[in-house]
Design a protein around this ligand. Structure first.
Ligand SMILES: *Cc1c(COP(=O)(O)O)cnc(C)c1O
Length: 422
C-alpha cells in the first residue's frame, strides 16, 4: 500500500501542470512535509526582491515616495479582485487586518439596516469573527443569533439553506459566514446563501480567509455585498501582510465605516475641520497602507495570476482528494475520522481529521517526524496542501509518516507541547 500511494503521487506530480511553481518558493528544508499552508503560505522568492526594492525606494525617494504609494492599497485591491476574487475594479482595498476590516464592514452593515435587530452567524465561525460580533451586538443593542452547526462529531459545519432559512426574518440586518469553514474545510454555497439572505432584505458578509487562493471566488457574479479575507494563507503574502475588504459598487454610497480616517477624506490633503467622505472604495480606507506588505501581496499574486486561479483551485481539489484517499487506506484503521465533506464542490483546500489524541499526535509529528500540520481544539488536526507549493509526493510522504507515528504510538513519549500557538 505504501508503494501504491507513493507511485500514484509520482504519477500525479508528473501530470501536474503547476509542478514548476514550487521552484518559485523558498523551500529551506526539503525533508519537511509542510501541510500547513492554509495557516501560513511559503515565501515566494519574488517577495525577497520586491521587499528589497521597496526598501531601496524608501531610501532614495524618501517622503516623495508617497506620490505613488498613496493609492497603492487600491491598486493592490484591484489586483486581488481580478486575480482571485472575481471582482471588478474599484471594489477592493488591501489594508489592515481581516479582524479590523470585519469590524468596519459589519458595523457599517448594521448601521445601514436601522430598525432591524438581529445579526446571524454560525457557532463554528472563526473566533475573531464571533468575538467581534459579540462586541458589535453589545454596542448597538442588537441580538446575535448563532446558527448551531457544531454536532458532536464536528462533521456538519456546512451551512444548509434550511438551517439558515429557519433563522431569517425581516428583523435580520446582517448575516456573516465563512466561505470555507476554517476548522472542517467545508465550503458553503456562496450564491445560494447570498440569494436567500437577500430575499429577506438583509446584507451578507463573507469571510473568505480560508477560501481565497484555494477555491475560485466570483464575488461580483454571486451578488455578494461584502467580503473580507487575509493574504497570508493560500495567498502566500507573509505573516501579518495586509488583509483585504470588498464592498459591492452599488452599496458603497450607503455604507459608512465607523473609523473615519484621513485616507477616506474626500480632500485628504485639504485637511479640513470636518470629515467628508470620499466617494468610492477609498471611502473605506482608514490610514497609511503598509507599502512593504502590499509589495509582498503583489509579488505572490503575480505568481497566482500566471498560474491561473482555476488551475490552482483544480490542484487544491486534486490534493484534498488524494489526502482523503490516504486517509481511507492508512488513517481510518488507526482511529482517525474524516471531518470534511468528500464531495470536492463542498470543501476547500484543507482536510480535518479527528483523533482522540490529536494534540499529542500533531506535536509529535512536528518535533519527531518533520510533518507540519496544525491542531485544532478539541480533537482534530488539519492537513492542507497549498496548491502552488506542495507536491503529491510530499503529501504521500506526510501521510506515511502520520500513519507510522500513530501505528507505533510514538506520540505517547514526545515531550509535551510548549508555547502558546497551536
Ligand atoms: C485566518 C482567519 C482570520 C484571521 O484574522 P486576522 O485578523 O488576520 O488575525 C479571520 N477570519 C478567518 C475566517 C480566518 O480563517
Amino acid at each position: 500500500m505504501t508503494a501504491d500511494l507513493a507511485a500514484r503521487a509520482a504519477e500525479l506530480d508528473a501530470q501536474d501542470p503547476l509542478r514548476g511553481f514550487r521552484h518559485e518558493f523558498v523551500v529551506a528544508d526539503g525533508s519537511i512535509c509542510y501541510l500547513d499552508g492554509n495557516s501560513l503560505g511559503r515565501l515566494p522568492k519574488a517577495t525577497l526582491a520586491a521587499v528589497d526594492s521597496l526598501l531601496t525606494e524608501w531610501g532614495s525617494e524618501l517622503v516623495m515616495g508617497w506620490q505613488h504609494w498613496v493609492d497603492e492599497a487600491q491598486r493592490t485591491g484591484d489586483l486581488l479582485g481580478r486575480t482571485v476574487l472575481g471582482a471588478g475594479p474599484r471594489q477592493v482595498l488591501a489594508c489592515d487586518t481581516t479582524s479590523v476590516n470585519f469590524y468596519q464592514l459589519c458595523t457599517a452593515a448594521v448601521r445601514a439596516r436601522p430598525g432591524r435587530r438581529r445579526i446571524i452567524t454560525d457557532a463554528a465561525n472563526f473566533p475573531t469573527d464571533r468575538y467581534i460580533l459579540e462586541g458589535i451586538a453589545r454596542d448597538h443593542g442588537l441580538e446575535l443569533v448563532i446558527l448551531d452547526n457544531e454536532a458532536d462529531d464536528g462533521s456538519c459545519e456546512r451551512i444548509t439553506e434550511d438551517a439558515l432559512g429557519s433563522l431569517l426574518s425581516e428583523d435580520v440586518a446582517l448575516v456573516t459566514l465563512q466561505v470555507v469553514q476554517y476548522r472542517s474545510g467545508a465550503r458553503n454555497d456562496v450564491r445560494a446563501l447570498t440569494d436567500l439572505v437577500h430575499a429577506h432584505g438583509a446584507l451578507i458578509l463573507w469571510d473568505a480567509s480560508h477560501a481565497v487562493g484555494a477555491v475560485p471566488l466570483t464575488l461580483d457574479a454571486d451578488g455578494v455585498d461584502l467580503a473580507v479575507g487575509c493574504t497570508y494563507k493560500y495567498l502566500n503574502s507573509g505573516p501579518g501582510a495586509p488583509a483585504w475588504l470588498y464592498v459591492r459598487q452599488a452599496l458603497q454610497p450607503e455604507l459608512q465605516v465607523p473609523i473615519q480616517g484621513w485616507f477616506a477624506q474626500a480632500d485628504q490633503f485639504g485637511m479640513g475641520p470636518v470629515f467628508e467622505r470620499a466617494e468610492g472604495i477609498r471611502g473605506f480606507q482608514v490610514a497609511s497602507p503598509s507599502i512593504v506588505g502590499l509589495r509582498a501581496i503583489n509579488a505572490s499574486l503575480g505568481i497566482i495570476e500566471r498560474a491561473g486561479i482555476d488551475a490552482v483551485a483544480h490542484k487544491a481539489a486534486a490534493t484534498t482528494e488524494f489526502i482523503i484517499e490516504g486517509y481511507d487506506a492508512w488513517l481510518a484503521p488507526l482511529g482517525f475520522t474524516l471531518l470534511t465533506p468528500r464531495s470536492s464542490g463542498e470543501r476547500g483546500g484543507h482536510i480535518r481529521l479527528g483523533h482522540a489524541d490529536a494534540d499529542a499526535i500533531c506535536h509529535a509529528l512536528r518535533v519527531q517526524h518533520g510533518v507540519i500540520t496544525d491542531y485544532r481544539v478539541p480533537d482534530s488536526i488539519r492537513v492542507a496542501a497549498s496548491p502552488l507549493t506542495t507536491t503529491f509526493a510530499e503529501v504521500a510522504e506526510g501521510l506515511r509518516r502520520i500513519r507510522d507515528c500513530v501505528a507505533a504510538r510514538c506520540y505517547l513519549d514526545a515531550a509535551p507541547r510548549s508555547g502558546r500557538v497551536t
